[in-house]
Design a protein around this ligand. Structure first.
Ligand code: SF4
Length: 485
């Protein structure tokens, strides 16, 4: 256990995020500095007025020797000083551990937004060097980030600061995956509530059409959960509503997250085809059967292949596959095996996630019982993923990071040109409003006046609260989008 002790909360978030990245798998706690330093503590004493910070590592079981550093930068503003401190903190931990992190001192979820902003301000020349000097971003990640930023720019042009997209969340799944932190109820157990849930979605959609004055969305994304956990008749009703109130079939992209192969059959593919769904996801996560059982997916490797082939037979020509690198018990060879099997299927896009540990997932409990997940060379696995995607003629086109992400790496979307998931980029780069319907969803209004202002409103995560409070959920969105959308 590492304890971070500080006298000033100004550094709390960054100190925690970077310490977790340098010491993955170690439990990390924070507290205001007491009289005595605990063993295995990172002590941060700061005086913001004097722009001074002292950092001391006190050894115990995790740290093997004491060490201390000081930073003084009297001339800087508070904002500049905080950034200098973050870089200083990164350099100290890097020196202490002998490790470098691929994204350096960057701890945010949207590094591409940052890179794009810098590129717009000061141009492409010398950007890799700048990203290293200012943020310690490795050359490899800087090059990847610059490449993705250019791809995103081209993709986002028609949508930037105009129009909106629509998201509909269906919070039911065939079973709960070990790593899941999304809103997901067991479909079989909750089946009696599904019709009522769809009634609420219909009320939301009716209100949406009215609030948005019938403006057609640029893209429609039905996610969750697993929308295809619904039976064929329920799915038919849901997609009919999306087409009736949002013209979903006539938008630039109509995606259904058909993620779980154990939720798919020919009848549901036919329903999706009938309603003009243009893009689906069939997600293996891994091609190692043992891991699928361990993570609670309740489907086999053969089911993934069957579902994928059935989707192709049904006429889907834009199929994404999601993978997770760093699952328990897997090493680089397992990841290579998965990627080789994926390549043999030739999907149109690939989303490669690095496993992120979320407190709300069952994985946290699993780790407490079985120990931290170790043994994976994350960079080598991610390198093979990039190579595989390029071999399939794909380009990286969006990227985001999460807290507690394996290898301090990233999640990357790859696609063959023309088969990008536009909604994924829109949600990440926050250049277009997202109207979100369903339990546990977040709507986002992006102001179009160039101010960069974004306002959000959410809906209840608890299903029964959402069902009983549906009018209030609608009113929240009326307030957000109603007058000046
Ligand atoms: S399929 Fe997705 S939403 Fe459903 S339990 Fe698994 S990770 Fe969660």
């Amino acid at each position: 256990m590492i304890t971070i002790e500080y006298n000033d909360e100004a550094f709390e978030y960054d100190a925690y995020a970077l310490t977790r990245s340098f010491f993955p798998g170690e439990e990390t706690a924070q507290r205001i500095m007491g009289a005595d330093a605990e063993a295995d503590s990172v002590r941060i004493f700061s005086d913001m007025e004097k722009r001074f910070v002292r950092l001391v590592i006190k050894a115990g079981a995790v740290f093997d020797h004491d060490m201390g550093w000081e930073l003084s930068a009297a001339a800087s503003t508070e904002r500049e000083f905080k950034w200098k401190w973050k870089l200083f903190f990164y350099d100290c931990l890097s020196e202490y551990t002998g490790r470098i992190l691929p994204w350096g001192a960057l701890t945010g979820v949207r590094p591409i937004k940052l890179i794009g902003g810098i590129m717009a301000e000061q141009g492409r020349e010398g950007l890799e060097e700048y990203l290293y000097d200012e943020y310690r971003v490795s050359r490899k990640k800087a090059e990847l980030g610059i490449r993705i930023s250019a791809n995103e720019n081209a993709l986002l042009k028609p949508y930037e600061y105009k129009g909106h997209s629509l998201y509909i969340g269906i919070p039911f799944c065939p079973s709960r995956c070990l790593y899941c932190s999304f809103l997901s109820y067991d479909y079989t157990k909750m089946r009696k509530h599904v019709a009522e849930y769809l009634d609420c979605v219909e009320q939301e959609l009716k209100a949406y059409a009215e609030i948005m004055n019938g403006e057609r969305p640029s893209t429609v994304y039905i996610g969750g959960g697993t929308p295809t956990a619904l039976d064929a008749a329920e799915l038919d009703r849901l997609l009919s509503m999306a087409c009736e109130y949002a013209d979903a079939a006539d938008t630039d992209e109509f995606t259904v997250e058909a993620g779980r192969p154990d939720s798919l059959d020919e009848e549901k593919f036919a329903v999706m085809k009938k309603h003009g769904v243009s893009r689906i996801s069939v997600n293996p996560q891994t091609f190692k059967g043992e891991t699928l059982k361990l993570i609670g997916r309740r489907h086999s490797v053969a089911d993934v292949e069957r579902a994928f082939e059935a989707a192709r037979t049904a006429g889907f020509d834009n199929i994404n596959m999601d993978l997770i690198l760093g699952l328990p018990g897997e090493d680089v060879e397992d990841v290579k095996h998965t990627l080789d099997r994926v390549a043999a299927l030739v999907p149109d896009s690939l989303t490669v996630h690095s496993l992120a540990l979320k407190r709300s997932s069952k994985m946290t409990q699993w780790i407490a019982e079985h120990g931290a997940i170790t043994g994976m060379d994350h960079e080598a696995a991610m390198g093979y993923a990039l190579q595989t995607a390029e071999g399939l003629g794909m380009e990286p086109y969006y990227l985001y990071r999460q807290k507690n992400i394996a290898g301090a790496l990233e999640n990357t979307g790859f696609a063959v040109p023309g088969k990008y998931g536009i909604y994924n980029v829109l949600i990440m780069e926050e250049v277009q409003s997202i109207y979100a319907i369903g339990a546990g969803t977040v709507s986002k209004k992006v102001y179009t006046d160039g101010s960069g202002k974004i306002e959000r409103c959410d809906t209840h995560k608890d299903l029964s609260l959402y069902l009983s409070d549906i009018q209030a959920m609608i009113e929240r969105k009326r307030r957000l989008f109603g007058e000046d959308k």
